[in-house]
Ligand binder design. Structure first.
Ligand code: ACO
Length: 703
């Protein structure tokens, strides 16, 4: 991560506009106009070779003619001139370029982009873009963009990979009443990227939360490193997660969009809250920019309507914050602020008769109670009460309670008056939404953030002991053999070098050797064909199980070889694997891919039909810590099976988590070698009895 010169980029004291124009409608006109209209207090230097003055400001033929220092230059001349103006800016000592011009890598012109970056690097100049709208900052009164105006003021900072979306968001902040201090268009990320910008924003006093619209990272691990260290909430919407969407994103930005599951896993591992869609991004941003994280699961709902209370209760369960009844003492106190027919359980139903006092008194008491971790206050507009008055009551209660470390969100459902109250609450730092589920979802974002931060504070899991050179020896031999797939016997040896509990497996090259090995391992045994040309061993009749004696082994040896030859006459047969026959247990699958954005990434799920039909799997970027491994076990839909469903004893989840950690260490350590791998099935036994990797596959990276 590189934050050098980002002060000059994001908080410049002087700006040159290269391509400034007097012709309305041109971007070079709009940028100068926007800088003036936004009240930029630094110097503005229009650069135009023909005009001595642009929009009332003295203009210069080149940045080199400007007699003062220039922090940042906005580039609004066509891409064909980019090299020349970058060179001039470098010579002038400009510290950062905001390259609005399009026509670079996003349309396949990577060479030009690389050349411009190389020039900038020579002068230690940073580049934002190219192919961007520009950058806007309320606290700096700076609209260095062609977006129409500064956004509705607030404390969030948006970094958007789509320029058009940024412009649309800019205007919509006023409709939604969600405040941003900065809007940053990041474009092609030829130099400055998400990670650099987040690192800078983390030290920016005007930013309380960072909001991301992402199409694709170039370096996922760099992002994760910065996000992990960030002190402010980060919330992300990743687009291009469907197969079709991914293709659209790639052609739009010139960067490849990664798979949804891998991004999701990475976000979770580095403490980034995810948004499901654009509305959700705004709603969650509002909460994260205004409220503290929610430090426990005890959510209290206070409402004047049963209907919205039930909707909020449903939403709470959906968001992973199922409601619990409030303790008796809390109920007893709350009962004092409602009519006889109200309910103090949870949701706390003050009834339609609730006026300002009941809301204020209940909220003031509840927020201060140690059992309560967060509150959603719901209000349905009635003719008995004035929404704005209720809003004032909510604020009054929170001010009087003085509790700053618990979040409160609000939902007002109603008409114009409710809208007015909503705006008033937001302006006073209390997130307010038009529907009860939104208020609950916002709280769940604050809870997710807290959970992820707590996970990040867990002690690191030390890398397990491993025999890397043994693993490399096996891989080297396979490569020398011209193969990019290891045989099962080889793959298990690699697994073994990383301490994975594989079934004892040895290669027999003759019938006699098979018998000898079977006796050594102990009956019953399993026999499998070993041939790089036969990947689907069972289909080829290449697997025999439960062989109990020498005669069985001899017969199986002959049958397997005959079957294999019949399946593929020219198959290169290494021999037959003689394996310990593991007792049956719960089948799970582990696997890995070498993701283009995040590198070695692993998958876990229940095996068999669960993985094939239900795709009940979860991912993490390697390495996987002990804490993350046990969270993986808990987050698949089939988790109750591992926990011991229907009277079954719980499975050995500790052993399984350890296997996940070791597996992830292996794929990370051998990242240059392993392309894909899987352990399928892994059989998990009851608590204390461990697990066994029964089959293993490793596909090497092509070199
Ligand atoms: N130095 C300074 N100014 C110069 C130079 C120079 N060396 N050479 C020419 N100029 C002046 C031109 O004379 C002109 O000024 P004028 O109006 O007084 O004649 C001005 O610079 C602009 O040059 P033009 O050739 O007129 O370029 P134009 O304004 O048509 O387009 C632009 C330039 C906007 C950079 C265009 O090439 C472009 O890339 N547009 C796309 C921008 C964009 O969409 N960015 C991505 C946003 S993301 C999204 O999806 C919304």
């Amino acid at each position: 991560m590189n934050t050098s010169n980002l002060d000059s980029l994001y908080r410049p004291k002087s700006i040159a506009v290269v391509g400034a124009s007097n012709t309305p409608g041109k971007i070079g006109f709009t940028v100068v106009d926007n800088l003036i209209k936004s009240g930029f207090e630094g110097k503005i230097f229009p650069i135009n070779p023909k005009d001595a003055e642009v929009q009332g400001l003295k203009a210069y033929a080149s940045v080199l003619a400007v007699p003062e220092e220039i922090d940042a230059a906005v580039i609004v001349v066509p891409a064909s001139m980019a090299e020349q103006v970058t060179e001039d800016c470098g010579k002038k000592g400009v510290k950062a370029l905001i390259v609005i011009a399009s026509g670079f890598s996003e349309v396949g012109n990577r060479e030009l982009e690389d050349r411009v970056v190389a020039i900038a690097k020579r002068y230690n100049m940073r580049i934002l873009g190219p192919n961007i709208v520009g950058t806007l900052s309320n606290s700096d009164k700076m609209n260095a963009s062609f977006a129409p105006f500064l956004p509705f003021a607030g404390k969030a900072a948006l970094i958007s990979q789509s320029g058009a979306l940024l412009i649309a968001i800019d205007a919509s902040t006023y409709i939604r009443g969600i405040g941003f201090d900065k809007l940053i268009s990041i474009g092609n990320m030829s130099d400055v990227d998400f990670a650099d910008t987040i690192a800078w924003l983390d030290n920016d006093d005007s930013t309380s939360c960072v909001t991301l619209y992402i199409e694709g990272f170039k370096d996922g691990r760099k992002f994760m490193e910065v996000a992990r260290k960030a002190h402010k909430p980060i919330i992300a919407l990743k687009s291009g997660v469907s197969a079709h969407g991914a293709a659209a994103a790639a052609s739009h930005t010139g960067s490849l969009a990664g798979a949804a599951k891998v991004y999701g896993a990475a976000f979770q591992q580095c403490g980034v809250v995810q948004a499901a869609d654009l509305d959700n991004l705004f709603d969650r941003t509002l909460a994260l920019s205004l409220q503290p994280q929610m430090r426990g699961d005890n959510l209290l709902i206070i409402t004047n309507g049963g209907g919205v209370g039930v909707l909020a209760t449903d939403a709470a369960e959906h968001c992973g914050l199922p409601l619990k009844f409030a303790p008796a003492e809390v109920q007893a106190e709350l009962k004092k602020h409602m009519p006889e027919f109200g309910s103090a359980k949870n949701p706390v139903d003050l009834t339609g008769m609730a006026g300002r006092d009941w809301y204020t008194d209940s909220l003031r008491y509840a927020i201060a109670h140690p059992w309560v971790d967060g509150i959603a206050v719901l209000y349905c507009e009635t003719s008995l009460t004035d929404p704005v008055d209720i809003a004032h009551g909510i604020k009054q209660a929170l001010d009087e309670a003085g509790i700053k470390d618990k979040p409160v969100t609000v939902s007002f459902v109603g008409g114009e008056k409710s809208l007015e109250a909503t705006r008033w609450l937001i302006n006073n730092g209390i997130p307010c939404y038009g529907a009860p589920d939104l208020a609950v979802n916002a709280l769940s974002a604050l809870r997710e953030y807290d959970r992820m931060r707590a996970a990040l504070a867990e002690p690191e899991t030390p890398a397990p002991a491993a025999d890397r050179s043994r693993a490399m020896e096996i891989i080297k031999l396979a490569r020398m053999d011209g193969r990019d797939a290891l045989t099962e016997v080889e793959a298990k040896q690699v697994f073994l070098a990383y301490g994975l509990p594989v079934t004892s497996t040895h290669l027999a090259k003759s019938e006699d050797e098979a018998v000898e090995l079977a006796k050594k391992i102990g009956f019953p045994i399993v026999m499998k064909i070993v041939s790089p040309d036969i990947l689907h061993k069972s289909d080829a009749g290449g697997v025999k199980v439960n062989l109990k004696d020498e005669a069985g082994v001899r017969e199986a040896y002959r049958t397997i070889i005959t079957n294999a030859k019949a399946y593929k006459a020219d198959a290169n047969i290494h021999g037959i694997a003689i394996q310990e026959m593991a007792p049956w247990g719960t089948e799970v699958i582990l696997g890995s891919v070498n993701d283009a954005t995040f590198g070695p990434t692993m998958m876990f799920g229940l095996g068999g039909i669960f993985v094939e039909v239900l795709k009940d799997v979860t991912f993490r970027v390697a390495p996987v810590s002990a804490g993350e491994a046990s969270r993986m076990l808990g987050e698949i839909r089939g988790a109750p099976i591992l926990a011991g469903a229907r009277g079954e004893k719980p499975r050995d989840r500790k052993a399984l988590a350890d296997i996940i950690c070791r597996y992830s260490a292996m794929i990370l350590d051998l990242a240059d070698e392993i392309g894909e791998s899987d352990a399928n099935p892994v059989l998990v036994y009851e608590d204390g009895k461990g697990a066994k990797v029964v089959d293993a596959r490793i596909i090497l990276k092509k070199k």
